[in-house]
Design a protein around this ligand. Structure first.
Ligand SMILES: CC(C)(COP(=O)(O)OP(=O)(O)OC[C@H]1O[C@@H](n2cnc3c(N)ncnc32)[C@H](O)[C@@H]1OP(=O)(O)O)[C@@H](O)C(=O)NCCC(=O)NCCS
Length: 181
């Protein structure tokens, strides 16, 4: 069957990025746990690769939604990061990133945290530049695509770029945050 997708359009799989890091002594605080800033750096790098795979150009970090550190990641554990584009807008895109920590002795994995980054494609003049469209394929990707639209409104509101009355479904969005596991 011929594809109806325009040639420049990409899917979330096209931007999928996976990287792993070993937590070394220099990455840790006085308790021997991974420093939050080091993890944020790795997350930013992983998300930047997804953004650039999607956009086909240099991309800069415009914002990071709230990141919570639920449980410590210990020295000698393996940190795995996976990111992909949930939705492309005009020049910006939302990247989702999930982080797991692995104990190399037992092989057990746990979800360490997750976050949403917004990256903007920039041209050689450093100015925001239109990026390819993104077509979600699976049901899960379609749900994430819709949710990314609501999150975008909220983060632009938080950044002072939207008025309250411009946010569609504000109550629905707030309820979805409160019901998050
Ligand atoms: C991000 C940046 C390119 C936006 O530039 P700008 O002049 O405000 O451009 P615009 O107003 O045209 O916005 C461009 C896009 O960024 C989005 N954007 C801007 N600020 C945002 C924010 N705080 N959160 C989410 N998206 C944001 C806009 O919604 C727009 O998206 P769209 O084209 O898909 O609709 C600019 O602020 C910049 O270069 N910042 C520094 C980036 C950087 O160095 N990051 C590393 C941290 S050291």
């Amino acid at each position: 069957m011929p594809s109806t997708t325009p040639p420049n359009t990409k899917t979330p799989a096209d931007s999928q990025t996976v990287m792993s890091e070993l937590v070394l002594p220099n990455d840790t605080n006085g308790l021997g746990n991974l420093m939050g800033g080091r993890l944020l750096h790795w997350m930013d790098v992983c998300a930047a690769i997804s953004a650039q795979r999607h956009a086909g150009m240099v991309c800069v970090t415009a914002s990071v939604d709230s990141v919570e550190f639920h449980s410590p990641i210990l020295q000698s554990e393996i940190v795995s990061l996976r990111s992909w584009v949930n939705r492309a807008f005009r020049t910006s895109m939302e990247i989702e990133i999930q982080v797991t920590a692995e104990n190399p002795r037992t092989g057990s994995h746990r979800v360490a945290n997750s976050a949403f980054f917004t990256f903007v494609g920039v041209g050689t003049d450093g100015r925001p530049t239109p990026i390819p469209a993104l077509e979600p394929v699976s049901e899960e990707e379609k749900v994430a695509h819709d949710a990314a639209g609501r999150r975008r409104q909220f983060r632009l509101f938080t950044a002072g770029r939207l008025e309250t009355e411009d946010i569609e479904n504000l109550q629905e969005y707030i309820a979805s945050i409160k019901n998050r596991p």
